[in-house]
Ligand binder design. Structure first.
Ligand code: BGC
Length: 511
């Protein structure tokens, strides 16, 4: 090789080395950038997790705040964000009810019609026929007449499908328990005025109207031989069915599309209705705990944005941190923030801008994905959010976000339940009416059953486990072993029918 060749050769080598350095430099640069982006995303997660923290001391503050607000809501009308609504249900079913009754359940994602035949012996709910259907979305924002006509038509179809055995007795109307799961001001067990809509319903001309009358009129328009015997909240239905099966049941909780609780209160403690005469000395109070608020609640910027962009800002604050309608949207907002801070979700994430695109069953499916490569997470990100090729470590991040949101929700709901026990003196803390009964030489805790319904608790295992664990964390193993959370399947609708039975022949107290 001549000198020229050597020079060329050396030049080539040097050139290659420079090029390699440039490539390597770019790669290092890219890696540094990508590490920086990853750090940013992790920071979003860490801050969110910190904001959602629910150590047991915090939960105890929420318990106390719940009990304090319950007192305030019972003391005066408007005394608290907790409405503590009277239900006029003073006697809960005890298993001796007899006859055929109907239940109608409106309030969540689905609408249910059912029929029960009661044989007069507990557990003898015979031939329950249940029909479920999703509520057509347009009806949620239509007119009162359209909504109630739809309900009456569904009832009519249901009744027409039944055999001859169910024909109403001559001159006697069939009795219906109507579960209407929105806040109502009641003056009797069979009527109630809608205070406001929640859970995405918004039909202006129903607010201020008597809901029973709306339905009775729609039934009449169709010539249906039925009337509303009791009008109740879904929590009350769940409590009624719980008590029908087990008389230690004193409270009920719903954690589904929305969330709420009710419990049996002593009439004397309902100060805002002094002189309230009840035959049993007690009345079921619908707390409307979805609207509970306390400065102790762990609230993040995502919750604040969700609330301000909702159709009911400053309303239902507790519900917006707990219930199925909102969990997915908190997750969506956190993932959206991550994708805006970096490109870990790629560059096209426009679907993430769609409110409520992630429903809670999807959150549960991602959270509970136990495949090693998180296949379900990848599928949902791809099919629902149209984000493909998400690396495993980013999928893990998504699971973690679901975990943080769900854990906070479940633990706050647990604190709410313990708050009720505290108000009822059944949390083992006091000495007098503290739920302790004398048993031989030492006092022992009274068994307390809380009926529970709603898909978050019944169908989302991790949610249920977090909630149960939190109750034990707050109360301690010893006390919590006396508290039983019992799932009441179809409790809200079935309970309405059973209550219709309990109230069909007895007189109804009114204010
Ligand atoms: C309603 C309650 C209902 C709860 C559960 C809330 O949004 O205000 O009345 O009990 O959802 O369905």
């Amino acid at each position: 090789m001549g000198s020229m060749g050597k020079v060329l050769g050396v030049g080539l080598v040097v050139g290659c080395a420079v090029a390699m350095c440039v490539v390597a430099g770019t790669m290092v640069g890219k890696r540094v950038k990508s590490r920086r982006r990853w750090t940013k995303v992790v920071k979003v997660l860490e801050e969110f997790e910190e904001g959602c923290a629910t150590p047991v001391e915090k939960l105890r503050q929420v318990v106390d705040a719940m009990a304090v607000e319950m007192h305030a809501g019972l003391a005066s009308e408007g005394g608290s964000k907790l409405k503590m609504l009277l239900t006029f249900v003073q006697n809960l079913p005890n298993g001796s009810e007899k006859g055929v009754y109907y239940g109608l359940d409106l309030g969540g994602t689905n609408f249910r019609v059912l029929r029960v035949q009661l044989g007069g012996q507990r557990s003898a709910i015979l031939e329950p026929g249940v029909e479920r259907q999703p509520i057509p979305e347009h009806l949620m924002t239509s007119t009162s007449e359209e909504l109630f006509d739809f309900i009456a038509a569904s009832l009519q179809k249901f009744v027409e499908k039944e055999g001859n055995g169910s024909v109403a007795l001559e001159g006697k109307l069939r009795e219906l328990g109507f579960t209407f799961s929105f806040p109502m001001k009641q003056a009797s067990v069979s009527s109630g005025i809608l205070i406001k809509w929640t859970k995405g319903f918004s039909i202006h001309d129903t607010v201020g109207k008597d809901v029973s009358e709306c339905l009775n009129q729609a039934l009449e328009r169709r010539g249906l031989d039925m009337r509303v015997a009791v009008l109740i909240n879904d929590t009350v239905g769940t409590l009624a069915l719980g008590h029908y099966h087990d008389e230690d049941t004193v409270a009920a909780v719903i954690i589904g599309t929305g969330t709420n609780a009710c419990y049996l209160e002593r009439s004397d403690d309902i100060i805002k209705c002094q002189g309230l005469l009840t035959t049993s000395g007690a009345m079921v109070v619908n707390m409307e705990w979805g609207n509970f608020w306390s400065s102790h609640l762990p609230r993040t910027s995502y919750d604040i944005e969700l609330d301000s962009e909702s159709p009911n800002p400053n309303d239902q604050g507790f519900e917006k941190m707990i219930s199925g309608m909102y969990l997915g949207d908190i997750v969506r907002r956190v993932i959206l923030k991550m994708s805006q801070e970096s490109d870990v979700f790629g560059l096209s994430f426009s679907k993430l801008l769609t409110p409520f695109i992630l429903r809670s069953p999807l959150i549960a499916a991602m959270h509970e994905d136990d495949s090693p490569d998180l296949r379900e997470v990848a599928r949902i990100l791809g099919e629902i959010l149209e984000i493909g090729d998400v690396p495993l470590k980013v999928r893990k991040l998504v699971v973690k976000v679901c975990d943080v949101v769900t854990r906070r929700a479940a633990r706050l709901a647990a604190a709410g339940i313990v708050g009720i026990l505290k108000k009822m003196g059944r949390d083992g803390s006091g000495s007098t009416a503290s739920g302790k009964v004398k048993g031989g030489s030492h006092t022992k805790m009274r068994r307390t059953v809380v009926a529970i319904e709603g898909a978050l608790y019944t169908s989302y295992t991790l949610f249920r486990e977090y909630l149960n664990d939190a109750i034990a964390d707050i109360l301690g193993e010893d006390i919590s072993s006396h508290v039983v959370l019992k799932v009441m399947e179809d409790g809200s609708g079935m309970g309405a029918a059973v209550l219709a039975a309990a109230y069909s022949s007895s007189g109804q107290d009114t204010l």
